[in-house]
Design a protein around this ligand. Structure first.
Ligand code: CA
Ligand code: CA
Length: 124
């Protein structure tokens, strides 16, 4: 090479912030769940996200560190989703629906800290 052209850096933050400031009624930005994702959270009210998936994904296990931790969920996709109490044998496991474009900020005492696997391609 006779010469090397310096690489131009990618301009930072080109499209980082999409949500305009001061939009009353849109209080979902802080949970980090994108508009085309289904998300699960360790705590109530969409705090401490432990999973984020696109629609049309089959059942997968969460990591051992995220097992039995989910307390709230949000399905921003246009596809129904579901979560299971256990890792295996989905036909006999407890299954809970996460309907499309829906959310639950507090899954309730009996479902709290139970999720072990989930899917984003259909409901129960
Ligand atoms: Ca939890
Ligand atoms: Ca479980």
């Amino acid at each position: 090479m006779a010469w090397l052209r310096p690489r131009s850096p990618v301009s930072p933050g080109a499209s980082r912030s999409r949500r305009g400031a001061g939009a009353p009624g849109l209080a979902t930005a802080v949970d980090g769940c994108a508009s085309n994702r289904a998300c699960i959270f360790d705590d109530n009210n969409f705090q401490d996200r432990i999973g984020s998936r696109a629609a049309e994904g089959g059942r997968v296990d969460v990591s051992s560190g995220n097992n039995d931790r989910m307390d709230s969920w949000k399905n921003n996709t246009g596809t129904n989703a579901a979560w299971y109490y256990n890792f295996v044998d989905e036909n006999s496991d407890n299954c809970r629906n996460m309907p499309k474009n829906d959310s639950d900020g507090n899954v309730g005492v009996f479902n709290s800290d139970e999720l072990s696997s989930w899917r984003t391609d259909r409901g129960c």
